[in-house]
Design a binder for this molecule. Structure first.
Ligand SMILES: Nc1ncnc2c1ncn2[C@@H]1O[C@H](COP(=O)(O)OP(=O)(O)OP(=O)(O)O)[C@@H](O)[C@H]1O
Ligand SMILES: [Mg+2]
Length: 260
């Protein structure tokens, strides 16, 4: 579905500072209906890569193809969810979700779609509430609903659960997995959290520190559906060790001692 070939992104020099090479020679393929998770150190260019896929920014060199066509600008076939649910505080949950639908689509159609998503997201009882009366996890579900209502082919998610507490985060991971099994959209997901990456991914893309390049791609063959306790299995721990050994090679020994 998406083919990234030799993509680099440099930010121009500003106020006497040297230019910043954020991404260096990234090549990556994303298959239809695949769940791809990117992990990497802070500042390695994860968000930059997502911005390129969203069409918010342009690569300095290299090429990105979406279904064979060059990707240059934002489009409705790519839905985006940020770390903070960027909802309009003066609109209700219902109105926030309905926002992406076009005027010409008709009232009855819109109402049915919004209600379908309110139900899928477990938000029926909060349709008329403003977002600030919802918990963080619920707000993030509104943001996901708003992204999904236009039926994007791919969902781009930039640390969508990063601001949530551990319990809510775990609930949202299970929620997203369930949703994904159901809608079978392609997901491109960024996280700092190695366990989150393993739990969710078909494939993990591990990036190096800036300038970000791809250190390794790891296929996750853990069976689905996956529940939280899959994190207790040997196979999961082996994957965790593998990812961590790439992310922070100096700490591998410590990691082994701790989990022994
Ligand atoms: N608009 C910009 N202008 C100049 N430099 C930028 C710009 N956006 C990002 N950068 C730089 O590019 C590098 C990569 O940033 P990016 O936000 O993509 O990293 P990240 O991997 O998402 O980090 P984090 O994990 O902290 O979210 C950083 O050094 C950042 O300072
Ligand atoms: Mg980022």
């Amino acid at each position: 579905m998406i083919t990234i070939t030799n993509v680099s992104r440099e930010y121009a020099a500003r106020r006497g500072k040297a230019p910043v090479l954020a991404l260096q020679d990234i090549s990556l393929q994303i298959q239809d209906q695949e769940f791809v998770v990117v992990v990497g150190p802070s500042g390695c260019g994860k968000t930059t890569l997502l911005n390129l896929l969203a069409g918010f920014e342009q690569a300095t060199s290299g090429q990105i193809l979406f279904d064979g066509k060059e990707l240059k600008r934002p489009g409705a076939e790519r839905g985006i969810v940020f770390q903070q649910a960027t909802l309009y505080p003066w609109l209700s949950v219902y109105e926030n979700i309905a926002l992406g639908l076009k005027l010409k689509q008709g009232r009855q159609f819109k109402r049915e779609r919004v209600h379908y998503f309110l139900e899928t997201m477990g938000l029926q009882d909060f349709a008329q509430h403003p977002p600030y009366q919802l918990s963080g996890g619920m707000q993030q579900r509104v943001a996901i609903a708003r992204a999904l209502i236009v039926e994007p082919k791919i969902l781009l998610m930039d640390e969508p659960f990063g601001a949530l507490d551990a319990q809510t985060r775990s609930e949202m991971q299970q929620f997203l997995l369930g949703l994904w099994e159901h809608i079978k959209a392609t997901v491109f997901f960024i996280t700092h959290d190695v366990e989150e990456a393993i739990l969710l991914a078909d494939r993990i893309v591990v990036m190096t520190a800036r300038p970000g390049s791809i250190a390794q791609e790891i296929t996750v063959t853990l069976p689905r559906p996956r529940a939280w306790d899959i994190a207790l299995t040997e196979e999961f721990l082996a994957l965790k060790r593998e990812v961590l050994s790439i992310l922070r090679p100096g700490l591998t020994h410590l990691q082994t001692v701790h989990s022994a």
